[in-house]
Ligand binder design. Structure first.
Ligand code: MN
Ligand code: MN
Length: 473
């Protein structure tokens, strides 16, 4: 054996040891079979049309129920009795929805939960939004969720939501997303006159009261009405939707970024869109349950509202709606909710912040998630020293790893940025507080909470595979 060959042999031994002992963290774009990447691209075509239709929680619930009914799900009725294999959905006020496939073993060994949220940061209209100033008509807004306010001016916006009239009729409003629709916009100051604005710190440069949306500029011409641009806008709204200014009081109208999801990059490997957080996990959780064959333990996908504003309210995860439904299922099986919950396992499907080389100092590279490395398992979230988070047990983490590895799902692990960098939470803790095992699993996102967020197609697909594996394990 020559000296050179000996060197090669030693290197092989090191490689073998490395393979045995060290964690692999490689891009799925390098390691995945091209056929699987093709499947990911195909899966994401469906995801993009979901994004285009589901900008708000109400839009997402409508899409979900249509898809569920097409797949044989029926609306749950607590008076009825159900058999293994039955598929039901629960619609909570058109703003949150649960899909359930009854297992052969029902709830006796707990249920398998996949939970995601379908609300995203945006600009809600105030209860009295319409005003006129200097011959322009505008809507006043109250932002919803954590936004960087400077990102929202000069972005084309669409109006989504409902107006509930006093006579009980609920009018759907959706304007700005279709070809040929007008859009709306928050204005910004030209740089020539922005000397004072540009010297402000970013948190002060844009205030909530400045996020006013431009909606019209031509007056109602038939008489000398002083608020005539406002009147003209109200008249157009009345003609199209049949509601008056006072009806804004009983409306849920919101401004969201207009336009459709786009492929990003020369290689089309990424998707740019509004609302990936958390539609990018909601869609895989929906598809995973639609594709679930008869499971052993009952499987439930929960798509919830209000995560971006703390999960309070009847349609958020602090509400009892999910536990009440599981209590019904438990009762039908002769079980108590508390015994079912103690054996329940859950994937809280939410996004994490992908490592961004342009802002590398915000991340700790060894404990960050990366685009194209697959679904990210986030053991805990929170801030200020693991404050306000459920932290998955070591045993449950091991179980989830085993499930994913058994099905060859590409996964990674990561925290949300640097320890003292800030932080954030998910809905995991609300389920964990019911005495269930929960861990976060989802898709890495660049520019999270911006009007245009970025994800990798491979990661979206692997998150679907992860949820499907979890439901079928
Ligand atoms: Mn989220
Ligand atoms: Mn969020």
């Amino acid at each position: 054996m020559t000296e050179k060959k000996q060197e090669e042999k030693e290197k092989t031994a090191a490689e073998l040891l490395e393979e045995k002992l060290l964690m692999k963290q490689e891009s799925g774009a390098k390691t995945l079979d091209p056929a699987e990447i093709e499947k990911a691209d195909e899966f994401c075509e469906g995801y993009k049309s979901f994004l285009d239709r589901a900008k708000t929680e109400r839009d997402a619930v409508r899409f979900t129920i249509e898809a569920a009914e097409a797949a044989g799900f029926t609306e749950y009725d607590y008076h009825k009795s159900y058999q293994p294999g039955d598929k039901v959905y629960v619609n909570n006020r058109g703003k949150a929805v649960m899909l359930c496939v009854m297992g052969t073993n029902g709830t006796h060994n707990g249920v398998r939960l996949g939970i995601a949220h379908i609300d995203s940061p945006r600009l809600d209209l105030k209860p009295n939004p319409l005003y006129e100033s200097n011959d322009l008509a505008l809507f006043r807004t109250h932002y919803y969720g954590g936004i960087k306010k400077y990102q929202w001016p000069t972005v084309p916006l669409a109006l989504h939501g409902v107006v509930a009239r006093k006579d009980g009729q609920v009018v759907d409003v959706c304007l700005g997303d279709e070809e040929g629709d007008p859009c709306f916009v928050v204005t910004d100051l030209l740089p020539h006159l922005a000397v004072e604005q540009m010297s402000k710190v970013m948190t002060k440069a844009f205030t909530g009261e400045q996020l006013n949306v431009l909606i019209g500029s031509r007056p109602f011409r038939l008489d000398e009405e002083s608020k005539s641009v406002k009147l003209n806008v109200m008249n157009l709204l009345y003609e199209k939707y049949g509601f008056t200014q006072e009806d804004f009081v009983s409306a849920e109208l919101t401004m969201v970024p207009a336009g459709k999801a786009r492929d990003v990059g020369f290689d089309r490997s990424m998707i740019g869109a509004y609302g990936h957080d958390d539609k990018v996990c909601a869609y895989p959780a929906l598809m995973a349950i639609l594709d679930t064959p008869l499971p052993e333990s009952t499987v439930i996908t929960v798509l919830t509202d209000r995560e971006e504003i703390g999960s309070d309210g009847a349609t958020g995860m602090k509400s009892t709606f999910m536990a009440d439904f599981i209590a019904d299922l438990a009762k039908a099986d002769g079980e108590e909710l508390r015994h079912v919950m103690a054996k329940t396992t859950c994937l809280s499907a939410d996004v994490n912040a992908a490592f961004d080389p342009t802002y590398a100092s915000a991340f700790e590279a060894d404990n960050s998630c990366y685009l194209n490395r697959g679904a990210v398992i986030t053991k805990y979230t929170g801030s200020g020293g693991k404050y306000s988070t459920s932290d998955a047990t070591a045993e449950y983490m091991a179980r989830v790893r085993r499930i994913l590895d058994d099905r060859n799902v590409l996964w990674q692990t990561g925290e949300l940025g640097k320890v003292d960098g800030g932080g954030g939470g998910t809905i995991a803790k609300f389920v964990a507080n019911l005495n269930a095992d929960v861990v976060d699993l989802g898709v890495p996102v660049l520019c999270m909470h911006a009007p245009f967020e970025i994800v990798s197609k491979i990661d979206v697909y692997e998150t679907y595979l992860a949820l499907a594996a979890f439901y079928q394990a």
